[in-house]
Design a binder for this molecule. Sequence first.
Ligand SMILES: O=P(O)(O)O[C@H]1O[C@H](CO)[C@@H](O)[C@H]1O
Ligand SMILES: O=c1cc[nH]c(=O)[nH]1
Length: 234
Amino acid sequence: MPTAHISAEPGDFAPDVLLPGDPRRAQLIAETYLTGARLVTDVRGILGYTGTVDGRPLSVIASGMGIPSLSIYVTELVREYGVRRVVRVGTVGGIPAEVAVGDVVIASSAHTDSGLRSLEEHGIALSHAPSPQLLARAMSAASVVDGQVHVGPVFSTDFFYSPRTGFIEYLRGLGTLAVEMEAAGLYAIGLRERVQTLTIGTVADHTLGGPSMSATERERAVGTMVELALATLA
Ligand SMILES: O=P(O)(O)O[C@H]1O[C@H](CO)[C@@H](O)[C@H]1O
Ligand SMILES: O=c1cc[nH]c(=O)[nH]1
C-alpha cells in the first residue's frame, strides 16, 4: 500500500537502497548506475527508482535534508516495503585539514545535537553507529576505488546554520572527520528496526574555509562514493 509519503506499490523497492539527500542526485545515480531504472515514487518531489546493478535489484531514493525528513522515508521503507540495507550517499563538510574537498568519508559513528536524543531511555546515551557488516565491507572496498577515503566519526547536526560557536574546534579535537545532517538518525533507525545502515559522504566544503562545491557539483559529486556504496552492497 502506498504511504503518506511514498506512492510505490509493495514490491517496488529492492531490499537494498542507496539514499542521497538530494532528489536530483537520486535521479543521476539511477540514470548512471542502474540498469532498467524505473521511477517508483515522486511524492513531494522525493524521487525513488528501482533497477538492477550486475543483475542484483537495487533502489535509490532521496531522504530530503535533516533527520526528521530522513526518518520518515527510512521508517516507511523498512516497515512498508521490506527494505533491509540502507546506505546514505551524501555530501559533508570536512573538519580536519587532512579531509579535503572531493575526498570521501565513511561514518564509523555519528555524534549528534539532534532531537532524536529525547528518545533515549533509562539515562542511557545510545551510540549512533553503522552496522558492523556494512562498515567492514565498505572499509575493504575502500582500497579498490579511486580517491582518498577516510574512516571515522561524523557530526550529524540539526543546524546547517548554527548560532553556536566553538563546537567545530571541540569536535575537531575529538577526531571528528565531517559534519552533515542525517547519519545519526539513520543509525538510530537501524538500531531500532534491526536493519543494516551505513553513511558514506563526499566532502563538498570545509569548516576551515577554502573552495567549496557549487549546487550542481554537489548534485553530481557521486563517483567514488557511489562506487564504494555499490561495492559495499555487492
Ligand atoms: O547532500 P546531502 O545528502 O543532502 O547531505 C548534506 O547536504 C544537506 C545540506 O546542504 C544536508 O542534507 C547534509 O547532510
Ligand atoms: O550538512 C552539511 C553538509 C555539507 N557541509 C556542511 O557544512 N554541512
